[in-house]
Design a binder for this molecule. Structure first.
Ligand code: ADP
Ligand code: MG
Length: 384
C-alpha cells in the first residue's frame, strides 16, 4: 500500500489530514546471524518492503491505533495506563514504542495513527521492527525530540524486549532506522558503530533472492531463548562479557576450556566463526570481490544448521537446491525454524533457480515458497 493510500485511510478513519506520513523498511540479513545478542557483528540491508504510518499529535493522553492489515476497528489506549506485557495483540508494538519514549522522559502526549505494511509478517524479514521504527521516527519528528537514529533503534528494541516481551537483539531496529539505499549496513552491535558498505549486485550481474518458505515452526520462540541462554552460559564459563570477546584465533583454546559441554561448544563455535564471516564478507565487498562472499554465506548456513541447530528441512532444501543449481551462495536468514533463506546468484541463473526451488518444494510436499529479489533500499524516512 502506498503513502497516498495510507494518508487517505487516515482521513477516512479520523476525519482530518494527518500531520505527516513516514515509512520504515523490513530487512534481510546478508550475514551475521544470532550474533547481535552476543555483542557481535551483523550486515543487514533494508528491503523495499515498508511499514507506512500516517500520524497526528494529540495532547490529551490518548493513543489511537489502526492497522489496515488487521481486522478490527480503532484501538484507543490511555498513555498513563500503558504497562509492559499487558497487551498480546499487534497494538503492543506501536504502544510499546510510545511507552519506551515516555519512560525515557520524552514528552509524547498522544497520537492518532493509521498504518499499513508491505513487509510479510513472521517471515524473518522483521515486520515488527518496521512497525516500531516507523512509529518512533514519526513521534520523534512531530514532538521534536531530536533523537538520533541509533537512539530510536534502542528505544524500539526496549519496546519489543520489555513491553511486547520478545527477547530480540538490536539488529532489526537498527537496520530499519539506519540502512541506506544501495548499501548494506556493517554494524557493531556492541557500540552501534556502523559503516555503510556499497552493494550494487545488479551492476555486477548478480541478484540476491529471498525465498520465504512460509513456514514457522511452533517452537521457535522457546528455541531462540534457549540459544540465547546457552550463549550467555558460554560467555560466563569463558569469563567474558559476551562471546564477541573471544577472538577468532583464540577459538580453539576457548573451546578446549569448555571441556565436554558439547551444546555450549557448538553455540560458541557458531558465534565466533560467524563474527569472523561478517568481517570477511565486509573485506571482500570492500575489495570488490563480491562473488567471493557466496561461499561465506554458505558456510554461515552450515554453521547455523550443524552447530547452532536452528535450520529446518524447508530452509535446508532451499540452500541445497540453490547450490546444486549453481548459486554462488545460500543460507537461511533470520531467527530460524522457518522464515526465509537468501540465495546469491548470477542474474542469468535466477529463473532456473527459482523454478528448481519451487519444484523441489512441490516434490517434498512443502507449501510453495514466495521468491522475490531483494535490492538494498532506503532506511526509515518521512514520506510527506
Ligand atoms: P517478523 O518481525 O519476523 O515479521 P514478529 O513475530 O517479530 O515477526 O512480528 C510480527 C508481528 O508484528 C505480527 O504478528 C503483528 O503483531 C505485528 N505486525 C507486523 N506488521 C503489522 C501490520 N501491518 N499491522 C499490524 N501488526 C503488524
Ligand atoms: Mg520481529
Amino acid at each position: 500500500m502506498g503513502a497516498q493510500q495510507v494518508r487517505q485511510g487516515f482521513v477516512d478513519l479520523y476525519g482530518a489530514e494527518p500531520e505527516g506520513v513516514w515509512s520504515a523498511p523490513g530487512r534481510v540479513n546478508l550475514i551475521g546471524e544470532h550474533t547481535d545478542y552476543n555483542d557481535g557483528f551483523v550486515m543487514p540491508f533494508a528491503l523495499p518492503h515498508v511499514a507506512t504510518a500516517a500520524v497526528s499529535r494529540r495532547d490529551d493522553g490518548v493513543l489511537r491505533l489502526h492497522s489496515a492489515d488487521v481486522e478490527g476497528g480503532v484501538a484507543e489506549l490511555r498513555l498513563d495506563a500503558l504497562a509492559p506485557q499487558t497487551d498480546r495483540s499487534w497494538t503492543a508494538y506501536p504502544a510499546g514504542v510510545v511507552w519506551a519514549l515516555r519512560e525515557a522522559g520524552h514528552a509524547v502526549t498522544g497520537a492518532d495513527i493509521h498504518l499499513a505494511s508491505t513487509v510479510p509478517t513472521g517471515a524473518g524479514l522483521s515486520s515488527s521492527a518496521a512497525l516500531e521504527v516507523v512509529i518512533a521516527l514519526a513521534l520523534d519528528d512531530l514532538f521534536e525530540l531530536g533523537l538520533k537514529r541509533w537512539q530510536l533503534a534502542r528505544l524500539c528494541q526496549r519496546a519489543e524486549n520489555v513491553y511486547v516481551g520478545a527477547p530480540t537483539g538490536i539488529m532489526d531496529q537498527t537496520a530499519s532506522a539506519c540502512c541506506e539505499r544501495g548499501h548494506a549496513l556493517f554494524l557493531d552491535t556492541r557500540d552501534l558503530s556502523q559503516k555503510q558498505i556499497p552493494l550494487d549486485l545488479a551492476a555486477e550481474g548478480m541478484r540476491l533472492l529471498v525465498v520465504d518458505t512460509q513456514v514457522k515452526h511452533a517452537h521457535s520462540d522457546g528455541e531462540y531463548g534457549k540459544r540465547r541462554a546457552g550463549c550467555e552460559k558460554g560467555a560466563a564459563l569463558l569469563g567474558v562479557d559476551a562471546l564477541r570477546d573471544i577472538p577468532y584465533d583464540g577459538l580453539d583454546a576457548a573451546l578446549a576450556r569448555l571441556g565436554d559441554d558439547d551444546e555450549v561448544i557448538r553455540l560458541v563455535r557458531h558465534v565466533v566463526t560467524e563474527d569472523q564471516r561478517v568481517e570477511h564478507a565486509v573485506a571482500l565487498l570492500e575489495s570488490g570481490e563480491t562473488r567471493a562472499i557466496g561461499p561465506v554465506l554458505t558456510a554461515g548456513h552450515a554453521s547455523l544448521r550443524d552447530d547452532f541447530r536452528i535450520s529446518c528441512p524447508e530452509l535446508d532444501l532451499v540452500v541445497d537446491t540453490a547450490l546444486a543449481g549453481g548459486a554462488l551462495g545460500a543460507r537461511m536468514t533470520g531467527g530460524g525454524f522457518g522464515g526465509s533463506a537468501i540465495v546469491l546468484a548470477e542474474a542469468s541463473d535466477v529463473e532456473t533457480l527459482t523454478k528448481s526451488i519451487e519444484s523441489a518444494f512441490a516434490t517434498a510436499g512443502f507449501t510453495t515458497p514466495r521468491v522475490f529479489e531483494a535490492v538494498p533500499s532506503a532506511g526509515a524516512l518521512r514520506v510527506s
